[in-house]
Design a binder for this molecule. Structure first.
Ligand SMILES: Nc1ncnc2c1ncn2[C@@H]1O[C@H](COP(=O)(O)OP(=O)(O)O)[C@@H](O)[C@H]1O
Ligand SMILES: [Mg+2]
Length: 239
């Protein structure tokens, strides 16, 4: 499944190029964070990788193959939860897998424990707070044991304490061996989580670098401008 190689990816609805020949290669370890201005195609890139949309041209190769041979899960910015219990939301996601009902229940209980929602398992998912919903969405994705986890702005509307809980879970998923590719507009979060940064602007990857180097010495003018524009906000969020 890795390296994941994206070459010349174009997405141009109605002739307007949003992704305009995007190239990127990702290894199978660690947390890669996609940064870039609003509307630059970060969410779109994740959706294309998840196979939710077709690209207009270009190629996506998974370890040399056209299709990934490992599992892939995506968590959306606004997770869609079923109007059912917290437990069933996770258990349902496991139904397509070759597991017995007992195995499904055991795995569901295990991931709910790990995201701190075991005590809410009988509650309706719609009653959860924003942070709890996001943790449930992560539990649902984690339960399928993905080799690649795609996370779109996983803490976009969460307060600092809920954000910290979500970040802890993301780190744990990485430690278990899943590759994480996520977007965020929280630069503090990017510095806390990222092993490498993929900086997107004008439809292409302008820079792909180890996180420390990216923040200390951004190479591209676009990345420098982006980091400078976000600087006051970044300081406010760094702890
Ligand atoms: N399925 C789609 N069809 C047409 N345009 C889309 C589609 N998805 C996203 N876009 C457009 O692509 C641009 C990038 O969107 P998005 O990926 O959401 O940006 P970001 O996540 O970087 O803020 C936006 O102008 C958006 O309207
Ligand atoms: Mg987005």
């Amino acid at each position: 499944m890795f390296p994941l190689q994206i070459a010349g990816l174009r997405f141009q609805p109605n002739g307007r190029a949003i992704l305009d020949g995007l190239d990127l290669e990702l290894c199978g370890e660690g947390i890669s964070v996609v940064l870039g201005p609003n509307g630059t195609g970060k969410t779109l890139l994740l959706r294309l990788l998840a196979g939710l949309l077709p690209a207009d041209s270009g190629s996506i190769r998974w370890g040399g193959a056209a299709q990934p041979d490992g599992r892939l899960a995506m968590v959306f910015q606004q997770p869609m939860l079923l109007r059912l219990s917290v437990f069933t939301n996770v258990e349902f996601a496991l139904r397509p897998q070759a597991l017995t009902a007992a195995e499904r229940r055991a795995r569901t209980a295990e991931v709910l424990e790990r995201v701190g929602l075991a005590h809410r398992q009988q509650d309706c998912a719609r009653l959860l707070s924003g942070g709890e919903r996001q943790r449930l969405a992560l539990a649902r994705a984690w339960a399928v044991r993905p080799r690649l986890l795609l996370l779109d702005e996983p803490t976009a509307s969460l307060d600092p304490s809920a954000t910290e809980q979500v970040e802890r879970i993301i780190r744990e998923i990485r430690t278990e061996g899943a590759k994480v590719l996520m977007t965020t507009h929280n630069l503090g979060q990017a510095t806390r989580l990222a092993d490498d940064i993929v900086f997107l602007a004008d439809g292409r990857v302008q820079e792909h670098a180890p996180a420390q180097r990216f923040f200390a010495h951004p190479q591209s003018p676009a990345a420098r401008a982006f980091l400078q524009g976000e600087l006051p906000w970044r300081i406010a969020f760094e702890r």
